[in-house]
Design a protein around this ligand. Structure first.
Ligand code: 5GP
Length: 208
């Protein structure tokens, strides 16, 4: 039986570890899911589109949304704000979807506090720091200063691996992809306490 209730998969890891590529490549294998599009004050990179990769806003707009309580979580990463809007996530969960968040370690900690029983989490990294540097430099999408910031951030982020359910070392992409698909399929089956109790009632033939 399909899980009738929504659940959340959080994917984190240093920029350049391959999170977006894994999500993109897994698309056709993990069934229907909703990818949570974050809001950010970071300027778009070449090729990125508003409303597809991120909602790109200025600092004032972001801070207004914080005051309005629109974020499930938000954090400052590499000097910019990034946040997950609550409304579309709630809707997707009510529709029974798997919701995927690509967020940093701070966002993971906050989301766990608020919706921990719905969350499965996976940390994706390169095998070594050296390899991360190589990938960030060869990607060529960021200037030298940004690359340095991302590397500094990665040195701190890596310590948070212990807070995650799963670790994927993205050395061989095909192997990493198989692991990611397995984690996403398991995440779909995770149910929160409220959903489990509702199921028990329905199973016994009572209405809520
Ligand atoms: P990038 O600038 O490379 O797209 O993302 C930088 C970092 O911000 C990544 O680690 C990414 O996971 C994280 N990030 C993206 N969206 C969000 C969000 O909504 N909340 C939080 N806390 N982090 C995010």
């Amino acid at each position: 039986m399909e899980n009738a209730f929504g659940s959340i998969l959080i994917i984190s890891g240093p920029s350049g570890a391959g999170k977006s590529s894994l999500i993109e490549a897994a698309k056709d294998s993990i069934g229907d899911f909703y990818f949570s599009i974050s809001t950010t004050t970071r300027p778009p990179r070449k090729g990125e589109r508003n409303g597809v990769d991120y909602y790109f806003v200025d600092k004032e707009t972001f801070e207004e949304e914080i005051r309005a309580g629109e974020f499930l979580e938000y954090a400052q990463v590499h000097g910019n704000y990034y946040g997950t809007s609550l409304k579309p996530v709630r809707k997707a969960l009510e529709e029974g979807k798997l919701v995927i968040f690509d967020i940093d370690v701070q966002g993971h900690a906050i989301a766990r506090e608020r919706m921990g029983d719905l969350i499965t989490s996976v940390f994706v990294t390169t095998p070594t720091l050296k390899e991360l540097k190589r990938r960030l430099e060869s990607r060529g999408t960021d200037d030298e200063e940004t690359v340095q910031k991302r590397i500094q951030n990665a040195m701190v982020e890596i310590e948070y691996i212990t807070a995650y359910d799963f670790l994927i070392i993205n050395d061989d992409f095909e192997k990493a992809l198989d692991s990611f698909i397995a984690v996403a399929k398991a995440a779909r089956l995770k149910k929160g306490r409220k959903q489990a109790l509702r199921f028990v009632n329905e199973w016994r033939g009572k209405s809520e």
